[in-house]
Write a protein that binds this ligand. Structure first.
Ligand code: ATP
Ligand code: MG
Length: 419
């Protein structure tokens, strides 16, 4: 029987990898320009890190985690997100003792047991950026500015920044109670999951995609009407700093984030190209997460970008595949040896050169060169070689000229278009 990959787990193939590398390289460049450093964290953690950090009554912890017991009986979980692990690492290695402000990013796979469909997988990749140790709303805006700058940099358009505030642990309970009372009067309209959420996590109902639930929340009370003075001030400043940076945003009073640890600022960037799975990225402030996992009170803010969804939005016309620069077609045994010597020499100079490992006819070598979309073909014939010469063919305009083999490297460097 042929063994296939598990459903919801994807291979990223060589013809797609250029997009991934482009996105990752752009993220590194932009984030490091904003003073962020990369951190790499394990893919597996103790289950409590997520159940306490993300919150028991969230979709992720209730039904999406890949949890298993290892051979020593420990309950472990494949990370469903990166923030909790990054916070754990910050505490565990006392990163704060060097400087309380840590700007960190992380790129890698996450795992959630969800129903696989377009834009939703069981292993998917995220780019995460977090700032730990700052409560000032300046940093909320800074993180959003960096995010939008990055998304534009990779070529995304038709983006909409939505923001909201979720209040804090002092003012949110009052809102939560009002919302619960309101939704209790509509409970007949709610889906099965939301009936349960009504008791466990009524805010989550605002995020439900079921149509009857959407109708039920139409006139629901809004967080913004319940937040205290400090939260209001914080939100006003975030908006002012965004305006200062010339960023436009839409207030979405119904936006909540799926994880319990969020407080105050919440944001999402939505694309109108994506259909129903339209959130490319989401994030927000989480001033309670650290206390849940470690006892220290450290404020944090950050975002996670879904890489598959981001990549599906990249400009169609941009070329991401790196084709070989040169193909060397050799005629005869001696020429073939010379071709092999040249290919190896060119590789050391960063020129992507290929030859045919089967030493076939010129015609079939040219066909292969064509298929590989090389920029140039060097044709080595034994007669010309004796004169130290070979033919260089430009595969775009088909112009062919004789060149000196001794000058090959310089000639190629002046002609090849390097990506
Ligand atoms: P959704 O409401 O779509 O389930 P979420 O609130 O669970 O999203 P986050 O936990 O905030 O998402 O993760 C941030 C981003 O990661 C999302 O905006 C999305 O682009 C991506 N993402 C989340 N879950 C998946 C998945 N199962 N497959 C692919 N991408 C995902
Ligand atoms: Mg989700």
């Amino acid at each position: 029987m042929e063994i296939k990959a598990i459903r919801g787990f994807n291979d990223i193939l060589p013809n797609e990898i250029g997009k991934w590398q482009f996105v990752e390289e752009s993220a590194r460049e932009v984030f490091e320009g904003f003073g962020f450093s990369e951190i790499r964290i394990p893919i597996i953690e103790r289950t409590e890190l997520f159940s306490r950090g993300i919150g028991e009554a969230t979709d992720i912890v209730e039904k999406e985690m890949y949890t298993f017991t290892d051979r020593s009986g420990n309950s472990l979980t494949l990370r469903p997100e990166a923030t909790a692990s990054m916070a754990r690492a910050y505490l565990e290695h006392q990163i704060y003792s060097f400087d309380p402000v840590a700007k960190l990013y992380c790129i890698g796979p996450m795992f959630r047991y969800e129903r696989p469909q377009k834009g939703r997988y069981r292993q998917f990749y995220q780019i995460d950026a977090e700032v730990f140790g700052v409560e000032n709303p300046m940093v909320d805006a800074e993180v959003i500015i960096m995010l939008i700058h990055f998304l534009k940099r990779v070529g995304l358009e038709k983006l909409e920044l939505q923001i909201n505030t979720l209040g804090c642990r002092d003012c949110r309970p009052r809102y939560r109670e009002e919302l619960r009372k309101f939704l209790a009067t509509k409970s007949f309209q709610l889906c099965e999951d939301c009936q349960r959420r009504l008791q466990t996590n009524p805010l989550r109902i605002l995020d439900c995609k079921v149509e009857s639930c959407q109708e039920a929340i139409a006139d629901a009370p809004k967080v913004i009407d319940f937040i205290d003075g400090e939260c209001q001030k914080h939100f006003d400043k975030v908006k002012a700093y965004l305006e200062m940076a010339g960023l436009s945003y839409i207030l979405n009073p119904r936006m909540v984030r799926g994880l319990d640890y969020y407080t105050r600022t919440a944001f999402e960037v939505v694309s109108y190209q994506l259909g129903s799975q339209n959130a490319v990225t989401g994030g927000g402030r989480y001033d309670n997460l650290f206390q849940e996992i470690g006892g220290l009170d450290v404020p944090g803010i950050g975002f996670a970008i879904g890489m598959e969804r981001l990549i599906s939005l990249l400009p169609k016309e941009k070329e991401f595949i790196r084709y070989p620069h040169l193909f060397i077609a050799a005629l005869g045994e001696e020429a073939y040896r010379e071709a092999y010597r040249l290919v190896n020499q060119l590789h050391l100079e960063g020129i992507r050169a290929e030859l045919d490992y089967e030493a076939k006819s010129l015609k079939s070598q040219m066909r292969r060169a064509d298929k590989l979309k090389v920029q140039y073909v060097l044709i080595l014939g034994e007669e010309e070689m004796k004169r130290g010469k070979a033919a260089l063919r430009n595969m775009t305009d088909k112009f062919q000229e004789e060149i000196l083999i001794n000058n090959l490297l310089e000639t190629l460097k002046s002609k090849i278009v390097f990506d």
